[in-house]
Design a protein around this ligand. Structure first.
Ligand SMILES: [Zn+2]
Length: 257
């Protein structure tokens, strides 16, 4: 295994590469506030790389090199236009630094090693894993219609896909445990195959061989849909935010749980 220099990876301040932009929070999906309140076009003003979900949980989004793809219930990735709307998304300006190469490693162990190598469990960072996956399991939520269900109700309305020997890119964000609610504590990772025919929200994987890149942020810009009537008027005090996010999004446990 390549010796990692990852602990030397620091936030890069040039071109705003130290900033993670987030529109909405995972907490607002819990009671079913699934209206699209930002667009891909707006998100791309804040970065060229990101993940998110569409209005009504319409697909799992991945943005690489300024191009946005959506994986819906067919499992096939398709490009989405700039006016495509989303209730929740992250983006940032890519300035990834090489961390190391890994082979024959399962997702849980891989994620644990990434955090260890970074030495930074208490800040946000992004990770890219580029290589061949001997196994990958993804999901895409089936698009919901208003009036929207809660996040827990949506849990059994998703398509799950299994693939073997796929070349592609896994893009993820790591959020510190104290931000559970605004995001899911630990990793949130999406996948896009190199041939752009397959992807989704990653549930499990085995990396056959691949390169790991990381980008550490020291700043979170949290944008909220302040003019959305549903958001303005909702009382979050009765919502089981932490539990619902753990059960719906927390398939990949933070390493310290
Ligand atoms: Zn996702």
């Amino acid at each position: 295994m390549t010796q990692s220099l990852a602990k030397n990876i620091k936030p890069i301040h040039e071109h705003g590469a130290n900033v993670l932009y987030q529109h909405g929070t995972l907490a607002l999906l819990v009671p079913g506030l699934l209206e699209g309140t930002t667009t891909i076009g707006e998100l791309l003003k804040h970065g060229d790389t990101g993940i998110g979900t569409g209005e009504g949980l319409d697909g799992e989004l991945i943005i690489l090199d300024g191009v946005a793809y959506k994986v819906g219930q067919s499992g096939v990735a398709e490009r989405v236009p700039d006016d495509f709307t989303m209730p929740f998304a992250n983006s940032h300006r890519a300035a990834f630094q090489y961390q190391c190469e890994r082979e024959d490693i399962g997702l849980e162990e891989l994620n644990k090693k990434i955090v260890e190598a970074n030495g930074r469990a208490n800040t946000f960072f992004s990770v890219v894993v580029r290589g061949t996956f001997s196994f990958i399991k993804t999901r895409a939520v089936i698009k919901q219609q208003a009036p929207y269900p809660t996040l827990v109700e949506v849990a059994d309305r998703q398509a799950v896909f299994l693939r073997h020997d796929v070349k592609g890119t896994m893009l993820g964000y790591f959020s510190p445990v104290m931000f559970h609610g605004a995001a899911v504590a630990g990793f949130h990772e999406h996948f896009l195959s190199d041939d752009h025919t397959f992807g989704g929200h990653v549930l499990d994987a085995v990396l056959q061989r691949g390169k790991i890149y990381s980008q550490v942020f020291d700043t979170l810009v949290q944008h909220l849909p302040v003019d959305d009537p549903g958001y303005r008027n909702h009382d979050f005090s009765q919502d089981p935010i932490a539990e619902a996010i753990s059960s719906a999004e927390g398939d990949i446990r933070p390493h310290n749980e």
